[in-house]
Design a protein. Sequence first.
Length: 303
Amino acid sequence: MRFAKYHGLGNDFLVVDLRTAPDPIAATWQDEPVVRAACDRQFGVGGDGVLAILPAVSAGADARMRVLNADGSEAEMCGNGLRCVVKYLYDRDPGLRKEALVIDTGAGPLRCAIEPSGTQARTVTVDMGRPRLTRAEVPMTGPAGERCVDQPIQIPGDTEARKVTAVSMGNPHAVVFVGAGGEHRRLARTVGPALETHPSFPKKTNAEFAHVLSPQEIDLVVWERGVGITSACGTGACATVVAACLTGRATPGTEVRVHLPGGVLAITVAADLSTVFMRGPAAHVFEGELDTTGLLAAARPAP
């Protein structure tokens, strides 16, 4: 089975175009054991997930993206993955070589504007839509209509309660702002897993640990739900800037540069919080073909 390897700032994926694939092949690529084995960095190809490109379901959309995490679970959205899918489609399909594509996602149809270099997509700006801020929308336990903004939460294994701001960008995020000294990097690894599975988040959560350098710059490390530490997380960068705006650390309507281990994303939260724009690159790495029988035979045992 054919695939292409892409990454967005080091957040890497196996991209599979299933728009016209026979049903057995399409089903195999979306099968949890196959996804888990293919994403294994020792026993498989290696990746943070599989991005399945499927036929559009919304009127006016160009395609649909399904995000399958490295552990085989499904994510509602992935900003870096979406840029990879848009680049794949723009670069390879002359019929989709236009100034913007609309992609169906678990967060709804999203418009992606393309800055080209010849016949290749260089950067993609995604209109990520409205940030969801109530506990019911995240989802998070507690009063359904209430927001969680800088609320103390005791995370198992941590020495103190951390102030958490919860935001959904189509998928749940718990943002913690930390002072200088690189503590946010340590906390992402040591308490990120516990925050992901905290009982306050019934569908688990992505965990962001951020240090604000200035109102226009944030240093961020993300423990991604179902993946672990990633080089970059597009929805996490968006959620972090939304949280910074809600807590007075950044100003809506102003572009914020978010520094992730894999590079920089430019995030702008609309002045009225009606949408969030994410701008960044995507890169093609290589093409490959998988023998699923051999892949599964060599796979490590499921946890």
